[in-house]
Design a protein around this ligand. Structure first.
Ligand SMILES: O=C(O)c1ccccc1N[C@@H]1O[C@H](COP(=O)(O)O)[C@@H](O)[C@H]1O
Length: 211
């Protein structure tokens, strides 16, 4: 099982986390987030992250021109764009047709209709299932993971939303064939945007032991 650490900001913290066994790092470009990268992140920091760790730029309902300007500022050093709002299949497909990897987040609740994923299947690389919240992401809340049984598609997905260090055994026991990665964020922080490397190291070691 792979791990994505999302919502990093400071150069020292990014360097520290990049020494761990993690597979994706996410950076929030949503101004209303407590984890917005603002000016703390420059292109050298992104480009110095080892290439085996995939870099993900997270946006929420951003105009695609602004997404492209941001990516250009970072000399296209990101491997994936994570669309974490209400982006349409066409919006995602346009970015993918330009050559970017695309992860599309979906807000999960009891009402979620998995049939809607069909229209995204040729427009994105991965799905990401997060808990429904009015702030879009970073809610610290889990959704009912038994809903995952309803997902019968063949596109791999990230599991996200309120995952905490003590969830490691439960997460390991999810046997869904398309579960690619666990996306961790606020449950592993000393403060918003500052990740606790010890907690992530322990979680990663345990998660990867049997996978
Ligand atoms: O982290 C944020 O502040 C954020 C804001 C807006 C969109 C996405 C955001 N983060 C994503 O939300 C998931 C779930 O976070 P949490 O574990 O519930 O804190 C996270 O993995 C990010 O991909």
């Amino acid at each position: 099982m792979q791990i994505k650490v999302c919502g990093l900001r400071s150069p020292e913290n990014i360097e520290q986390i990049s020494t761990l066994d993690v597979d994706f790092m996410g950076f929030i470009f949503f101004k209303r987030s407590k984890r917005f990268v603002s000016n703390s992140l420059n292109k050298n920091i992104i480009n110095e992250i080892p290439s085996h760790i995939k870099k993900v730029a997270v946006f929420v309902n951003e105009r695609s021109e602004d997404v492209l300007w941001t990516l250009k500022d970072y000399e296209y050093g990101f491997d994936y764009i994570q669309c974490h709002g209400d982006e349409t299949p066409d919006y995602c497909k346009d970015l993918r047709d330009l050559g970017f990897g695309v992860i599309k987040a979906f807000q999960m609740d009891e009402e979620f209709n998995f049939d809607q994923l069909d229209s995204y299947k040729d427009a994105v690389d991965y799905y990401l299932f997060d808990t429904s919240s009015k702030h879009y992401g970073g809610s610290g809340q889990k959704f009912d993971w038994s809903l995952l049984k309803k997902y019968k598609g063949n596109k791999p997905f990230f599991l996200s939303g309120g995952i905490k260090p003590e969830d490691v055994n439960q997460v390991q026991n999810i046997s869904h064939p398309q579960l690619l990665a666990i996306d961790i964020n606020s449950g592993f922080e000393n403060e918003p945007g500052l990740k606790n490397s010890k907690l992530i190291e322990t979680f990663s070691e345990k998660l990867k032991q049997h996978s």
